[in-house]
Design a protein around this ligand. Structure first.
Ligand code: CU
Length: 474
C-alpha cells in the first residue's frame, strides 16, 4: 500500500469512527417510529427515470394496480420487470407511460431499464406488490434488505426516528464501502495491476520513415466497475483505445482490422487529413466490412493538433460502447512565463505528467472517466508542486461540467488550439466532441474530489458512482 493511500485510508477511518460516535449519540435519542413506507397510491404509482436511476428505488403497488412511468432523463429509458413479459416502450425524455402490473401476484420483483448498459449503470430497483391489507403494506415499506429507500421517501421520515436511522445507515455504508474500494484500487493502479485504456501505441517504422500503427476493432470483455465485465467495442481490447502520438509533418499509416459484427471506419476527429482519409463511410471511403483490413495513410499537419479517433459508422452504438481514443500531433503550446488569475506559470515550465481524461456517459461503458466508472476510476496522483497537463475529451452524448477541488485549472487550449488568453476555472463544461487542455499545478496535499458536477452522473442511492475520481496530491 502506498504511503498516500495509507494516510488516506487512516484519515478515512477517522472520519468513519467520528460518524460511528455521532451515530451512538443519535441512536440513544431515538424513539419508536413507523414511518417510511412509500405511500400506496389509489391511482397509478409514479416512477421517475433519470441517468441512471429508478426513483423511488423501491416501488410499492397494491395488487391490481399500475405504474405511471416518466422519463425525466435525456436518454431513452424503459422499465422491464424481470421474469415477466411486462415492459414499457422505450420512452424518450419527458415521455410518460402507464404500465399495467395487475397480472402480478403479491411479492417482490426486480425492475430495471432494459436499454443496453443501463442496468449496469444503476437502473435497477424493486417492485413490491402488496395484497392491499394494511399489514401487507406496512411489511412492504418496512421490510429490510430490499435496497435503499428512494429519495422520494425521505421527506416523510422523522429524522430522529428508527426507520430514518436504518435508511441513513444504508446510505452511509454504501458511500463508505465505495470510497474504501476506490482507495484500494488506487494502490492497484499504482502497482500497475489494473487493465486500463489510453496505453500509448508503439509504431513500426517503415523504410521511408513512415510510422505504422496497427489497430483491431472487436467486441471484447472490459471491466467497467469492479467485477462488472461488459462486452465493449474496443480498439486493441482497451477503452479508451490506444493513445496514438505522432509529430507534426510525420507520415503515418494506420492499419485497421475489423473483427466487429458490422462494418466500420475511423474518423480522425479534429485532425487535418485529406478528404479520402476522413473516415466517413460511404462518403469518403467504402465500408470496412467484418473480417477486412484497411489502411489509412496521410501526412500529419505541420503544426500541433489534439484530436481523437473513433468509428463514424453507427457511432451511436460503436462510440458509446467503447470505440474511441486519443490522437495527438505534437505538443499543445503552453503560456510559459505568464501569470493567469494569480497562478504563475514558470518560463521554464516542465510538464511532469500529460493525461487524457476521456469522458463517456452511455452504452455499456456508461458514466465513466477513461473507460471506468467509480470506484474503478483511476486517481490523478502528483507530488506537491508538480504540473499536470490534462486534456478533456468528451465521447459521450451529454455535456459534463468537470470539477476539480482546490487545485486551479488553467485552460490553455480549446480543441487543441492554444488560447490567446488562457483563463482559470474550477469547473469546465465539456460538450460531446470537444477537447479542453488544462494545466494544473498540484498545490495542496490531500485527496481532492474530481468529478462531473451533474451530481446524478456522480452519485446514486448506492453512493458515489460513474464520473468520480480524485486528484491525490502527495
Ligand atoms: Cu456528467
Amino acid at each position: 500500500m502506498s504511503p498516500v493511500s495509507q494516510s488516506l485510508l487512516s484519515r478515512f477511518a477517522v472520519v468513519t469512527s467520528i460518524f460511528a460516535l455521532l451515530m451512538v449519540g443519535v441512536v440513544a435519542a431515538t424513539r419508536p417510529d413507523g414511518g417510511g413506507s412509500s405511500a400506496v397510491a389509489a391511482g397509478p404509482v409514479p416512477v421517475t427515470l433519470t441517468e441512471f436511476a429508478i426513483s423511488p428505488n423501491r416501488v410499492v403497488v397494491t395488487q391490481g394496480g399500475s405504474l405511471s412511468i416518466t422519463n425525466s432523463g435525456s436518454q431513452a429509458h424503459n422499465v422491464a420487470i424481470t421474469d415477466t413479459p411486462l415492459v414499457t416502450s422505450d420512452l424518450s425524455g419527458g415521455q410518460t407511460e402507464t404500465l399495467d402490473v395487475s397480472s402480478l401476484e403479491p411479492g417482490e420483483y426486480e425492475i430495471f431499464c432494459a436499454v443496453a448498459g443501463h442496468l449496469e449503470a444503476g437502473m435497477v430497483g424493486t417492485l413490491v406488490v402488496t395484497d392491499g391489507s394494511a399489514a401487507g403494506d406496512q411489511a412492504a415499506g418496512g421490510s429490510a434488505g430490499g435496497g435503499h429507500a428512494g429519495h422520494d421517501d425521505l421527506a416523510s421520515l422523522d429524522p430522529m426516528g428508527e426507520h430514518a436511522q436504518r435508511i441513513n445507515k444504508e446510505f452511509e455504508d454504501a458511500m463508505s464501502a465505495g470510497v474504501q474500494t476506490y482507495l484500494e484500487y488506487a494502490d492497484k493502479y499504482a502497482a500497475g495491476e489494473v487493465d486500463k485504456g489510453n496505453r500509448k501505441l508503439e509504431p513500426e517504422i517503415l523504410e521511408d520513415g513512415t510510422k505504422k500503427f496497427e489497430l483491431t476493432a472487436a467486441i471484447t470483455d472490459w471491466e467497467v466497475t469492479p467485477g462488472n465485465i461488459v462486452k465493449a467495442w474496443t480498439y486493441n481490447e482497451q477503452v479508451p483505445g490506444p493513445w496514438i502520438r505522432i509529430e507534426p509533418g510525420e507520415k503515418v499509416q494506420i492499419e485497421l482490422t475489423n473483427n466487429l459484427p458490422i462494418s466500420t471506419d475511423i474518423h480522425w476527429h479534429g485532425i487535418s487529413v485529406p478528404f479520402e482519409q476522413d473516415g466517413v463511410a460511404p462518403i469518403t471511403q467504402d465500408y470496412i466490412r467484418p473480417g477486412e483490413t484497411y489502411t489509412y495513410e496521410f501526412t500529419a499537419p505541420d503544426h500541433p493538433e489534439l484530436g481523437m479517433y473513433h468509428a463514424h459508422m453507427h457511432g451511436q452504438v460503436a462510440i458509446v460502447n467503447g470505440l474511441f481514443a486519443v490522437f495527438q500531433v505534437g505538443d499543445v503550446d503552453l503560456p510559459r512565463g505568464r501569470t493567469i488569475s494569480g497562478v504563475e506559470i514558470p518560463a521554464d515550465l516542465q510538464i511532469d505528467q500529460e493525461l487524457p481524461i476521456v469522458v463517456n456517459d452511455a452504452g455499456v461503458i456508461g458514466m465513466s472517466i477513461n473507460g471506468k466508472g467509480f470506484p474503478l476510476t483511476e486517481p490523478v496522483v502528483a507530488k506537491q508542486g508538480e504540473w499536470v497537463l490534462m486534456h478533456f475529451y468528451n465521447e459521450g452524448l451529454q455535456g459534463h461540467p468537470m470539477h476539480l477541488h482546490r487545485q486551479p485549472q488553467i485552460v490553455v487550449a480549446k480543441d487543441g488550439f492554444p488560447l490567446e488568453a488562457p483563463y482559470r476555472m474550477d469547473t469546465i463544461w465539456v460538450s460531446p466532441g470537444e477537447r479542453y487542455s488544462v494545466l494544473v499545478q498540484a498545490q495542496e496535499p490531500g485527496i481532492w474530489a474530481f468529478h462531473c458536477h451533474i451530481v446524478s452522473h456522480a452519485e446514486s442511492d448506492d453512493g458515489l458512482f460513474g464520473m468520480v475520481t480524485t486528484m491525490i496530491v502527495e
